[in-house]
Design a protein around this ligand. Sequence first.
Ligand code: PMP
Length: 392
Amino acid sequence: MSDPDRTTSLEAFARDHLARLDETSLRRHLVPTMRGPQAAATRQGRSLVSFSCNDYLGLSQDPRVIAAAQAATALYGTGAGASRLVTGSHPPLAALEERLATHKGTEAALVFGSGYLANLGIVSGLAGPRDLILVDALGHSCLWAGARLSGAKVLRFAHNDLGDLEALLTKHRSRHQHALILTERVYSMDGDRGPIADILHLADAHDAWTLVDDAHGLGVIGKDARAPLEMGTLSKTLGSYGGYLCASRAVVDLMTSRARSFVYTTGLPPASAAAALAALDIVEAEPDFAARPLALARRFTAQLGLPEAQSPIVPILVGEADAALGLSAALEEQGYLVVAIRPPTVPAGTARLRVAFSAAHTEAQVEGLAEAVMGQWPRTLPPLRERVRETY
Ligand code: PMP
């Protein structure tokens, strides 16, 4: 029996680190949240309008999507029962892969357990120690994790900076067998867009491959150049859970055998695949509805005098973590849920409110939030209009 009064080194380690996180307002807490239709969220007994969901079309609450998930569960059960390569490739997964490939205009698609798992497996499955990976400085954690897992030489290029990317390719490309560029169509914490067409052009010139993470773009951003490797998630616009790769038949077949985060994990539940499939039907059938979150984001940026939104995500830079938490709490008092995003999710000194717009919001809610942000903006901070994302 261990002595309950004895502080083990493990306990001391955990408490020490938690104390340091508390000191810098960087400790995370789970807050039980019940979501509902029309961007509703209930937290600690309070009814709020959520501007912190990635459910850009509200499809996780759509009766048609819910019915598809229920029907698939009734037909195929609650779980896939095994990894994809054993017996976990159930019919909704095959149907979803075919539809994703058609949607993206690629020969094939492969569904992974999540977007995070997809990037881990794709990047480490394509690149190895003799290769070079170039990652945008604001690339998502899972792009970096996949790059590091691969054992390749990993270099960061300044965010969306084609000159920096070109300089790195010119200097380092020839010393490596393959080169892989990792970028995003929409940057998750800044809402700006990657210059995909220009990156593809540079990649061609330097014999490099390009992977675009389209987690936040699928369905809600207009036409854009397509990369040979397009990955994304089923958990945002498609209102479900899971990740995918759209690519050529050969690349998809290779990943099926080689991406470890695909091979050694259980397939998605039938309900998740069927829900994503039903959501994709809606995205394709209702383009005006799919354009709504971006239109609302633009209404919001116009009202606040911020640069025009490029996506349904609008960052409001605050600076220090405690100030961002304070502003978030003040907005919550007025009925708006806008969660503060702090380091290490974003660079130090750039804590922010990340406002995510959904087709489920009304114009009145968007205007109400803009007024609340103006009203609650701390007098101690420089004016809101100057809080545009600086290049970092
Ligand atoms: N890429 C980006 C850009 C993301 O924002 C996220 C999720 N936040 C992911 C990948 C991971 O997707 P998932 O949530 O499906 O693991």
